[in-house]
Design a binder for this molecule. Structure first.
Ligand SMILES: [Zn+2]
Length: 177
């Protein structure tokens, strides 16, 4: 895993993970492994619906049109990528699909960030063929039907489950060169 500049921005995350034995909450991160690409031989891509930008857009628009109830899942703002808040009740979430292209053995680490945007920005584009969207799965809150992307950011020295809500207006169908 190459080190990327934005990792320096999450020092507090590293701190949290540097002493897992004394942080009770870290135990719940063990299932992270299930979401890491290639980490799970049980991952059955034939059973997982793969969304491209158009399909994701449709899904998001349909959900937004139906409307969202008030819900605890978004107690912390998730407009941009966040470390998954401990307050988030994971039992509310079900996976509805993935943006991971099972045919692509080496998804790009390039990010699609037009001028002025950044990885963490609440208005950063959601570009399914770019990092980290190309490693993300699509989840839904069963209580309010809000849609989220989740993936595990990580390398040799830390792992961090990240989550971001899906807003249809941010979805772009950009292709790596
Ligand atoms: Zn919810």
């Amino acid at each position: 895993m190459r080190r990327r500049a934005r990792h320096s921005g999450i020092a507090r995350v590293n701190d949290r993970f540097s002493c897992p034995n004394v942080i009770p909450g870290v135990n719940i991160l063990a299932p992270n492994v299930r979401f890491a690409r290639n980490a799970s031989p049980q991952r059955d891509s034939s059973m997982t619906q793969t969304f491209d930008a158009a399909a994701l857009l449709q899904l998001a628009q349909d959900a937004e049109q139906a409307g969202f109830a008030t819900c605890t899942c978004c107690k912390s703002p998730l407009d941009g990528w966040q470390s998954q808040p401990l307050s988030l009740d994971e039992s509310l979430l079900v996976q509805v699909g993935t943006l991971v292209d099972a045919e692509d053995p080496e998804p790009t680490f390039r990010e699609f960030l037009p001028a002025g945007s950044s990885y963490w920005a609440p208005d950063a584009p959601i570009a399914p063929r770019f990092y980290p969207y190309n490693r993300s799965d699509v989840w839904k809150c069963t209580s309010c039907n809000r849609l989220f992307l989740r993936y595990t950011e990580g390398g040799g020295y830390f792992v961090d489950r990240r989550i971001r809500s899906i807003a249809s207006k941010l979805i772009v169908d950009a292709a790596p060169e």
